[in-house]
Design a protein around this ligand. Structure first.
Ligand code: PGA
Length: 247
């Protein structure tokens, strides 16, 4: 399976950063066995997709409705129209700050798929939940309610992003990531079928850096990474996307 390395710029970036985006596209698209993509603030999607020709640019959310009186929101079709080919759905920062519920996430994922976008559905437990040994149960609950009813590996990926690892510098160990990913693959087989589970990419996210990516990528069920802070600089992101080549 080709690995998928996706940068998430969150609320960072203006037109001043287009040259950095172009450098990311150039340097991180070089690994023959890796698909790389960059999920940008919506204001940059059109400009970036025009600038990088062929490199995958994505959004970080979308609304579940096609159009209507939803001030400040963006439909999946709007993202696609601007040049996005994928979007992140259900990031823990949106689950927490925008109170997104699993049912919203499922509806958004389905809307994105209808608009022709690839979708990355994010799940992950908090520190409290991990310390009280509930991590896998939390992931089970989130996936059960937020995965779209039908799926195909061509458009759906899952990102396991433990909340305690996001932006903290505390990466999950290779073993913790592998345990959660193997669990998720088992759930995908139950929800869909064995073939879909085997072909669906499960990304790890949470403090992925040039210094820890190689170990994570050797884990059999880690099919890529969702990278926040380290995706902002072309050198760091390219080192992550080229993990094996320089390991
Ligand atoms: P981080 O963010 O790499 O800065 O921890 C990951 C994410 O939020 O997707």
């Amino acid at each position: 399976m080709r690995k998928l390395i996706v940068g998430n710029w969150k609320m960072n970036g203006t037109s001043r950063d287009v040259s950095e985006i172009m450098a990311i596209a150039e340097l991180s698209g070089m690994h023959a066995a890796v698909d790389a993509a960059l999920c940008l603030p919506a204001t940059l999607i059109y400009r970036a997709s025009q600038a990088v020709g062929g490199f995958a640019i994505g959004g970080q959310d979308c609304h579940m409705m096609e159009a209507g009186a939803y001030t400040g929101c963006l439909s999946a079709e709007m993202l696609s129209d601007a040049g996005a080919v994928l979007t992140i759905i259900g990031h823990s920062e949106r689950r927490a700050a925008q109170h997104e519920q699993d049912a919203d996430i499922r509806a958004k994922a389905e809307a994105a798929q209808v608009a022709g976008l690839q979708v990355i559905v994010c799940v992950g437990e908090t520190l409290d939940e991990r310390e009280s040994k509930k991590a896998l149960n939390v992931v089970l609950g989130q996936l059960h309610l937020s995965l779209p009813d039908t799926a195909a590996s061509q458009w759906l990926s899952v990102a396991y992003e433990p909340v305690w690892a996001i932006g903290t510098g505390k990466v999950a160990t290779d073993e913790q990531a592998q345990e959660a990913h193997a669990f998720i693959r088992g759930l995908l087989a139950e929800f869909y079928d064995a073939q879909t589970a085997a072909a669906t990419r499960i990304l790890y996210g949470g403090s992925v850096k040039p210094g820890n990516v190689d170990g994570l990528m050797t884990q059999p069920d880690v099919d890529g990474a969702l990278v926040g802070g380290a995706s902002l600089k072309a050198d760091d992101f390219a080192r992550i996307a080229n993990f094996e080549a320089v390991a």
